[in-house]
Design a protein around this ligand. Sequence first.
Ligand code: 6PG
Length: 227
Amino acid sequence: MQKNSRWHTLETAEQVAEAACRQILNTAKSAISEHGKFKLVLAGGGTPEKVYRLLAESNADWANWHIYYGDERCLPADHQDRNSLMASRVLLDKTAIPANQIFTIPAELGPEQAAESYRLTVAEAGAFDMVLLGMGEDGHTASLFPGHQHPQDELVHAVYNSPKPPPERVSISARALSNTRELIFLVTGANKQEAVKLWRSGSDLPVASIVPENPVDIYIDSDAFKP
Ligand code: 6PG
């Protein structure tokens, strides 16, 4: 488990979303005042949707937000299962974040081409200000799955044979996801209990491979965390 990780256990998924939203907005303010922009990596899957809805209702200095994605599914850009489609519908289309500051993974090009293209984007981004991540029932995060091997020095991986459909994906690497000032994990639901237990007991899961310099914040509801 990440050293000094901060576990924030809240009763409900709604409270998890509210607490995470507050931290994101605070970090955005301090990042923009310190270096003029807020470089945020969005999580995929369903858990972050509640957070994105709350962010969309907030007042933020959107003109200085720069949006990246931790991973994307290799599906057509308008496919309902695209992480970018959910984020656009629920958050990005409702804010004044300039389109040229939203860096969508071109996953419709297929794993290799999209990964190659996004490596340049991640290299240009440098260190992120905040990374948001979810966790799957098997302890995966982004599209980093147990048992998958990737070149350690890659910034972005082409992913094949994903156990979570679709089989082909693109994922920012553990190394690049760890290159961030702050990092939030969002974990809710009873179906995550087993993976949380393994994570907390020190199992070598993909979630445990994300090791920024600063402690990570794990926002978890009472369904997912049974002490
Ligand atoms: C994806 C996500 C993936 C997700 C976890 C949790 O593209 O599927 O990046 O890593 O975060 O599988 O998904 P839920 O939030 O839907 O449980």
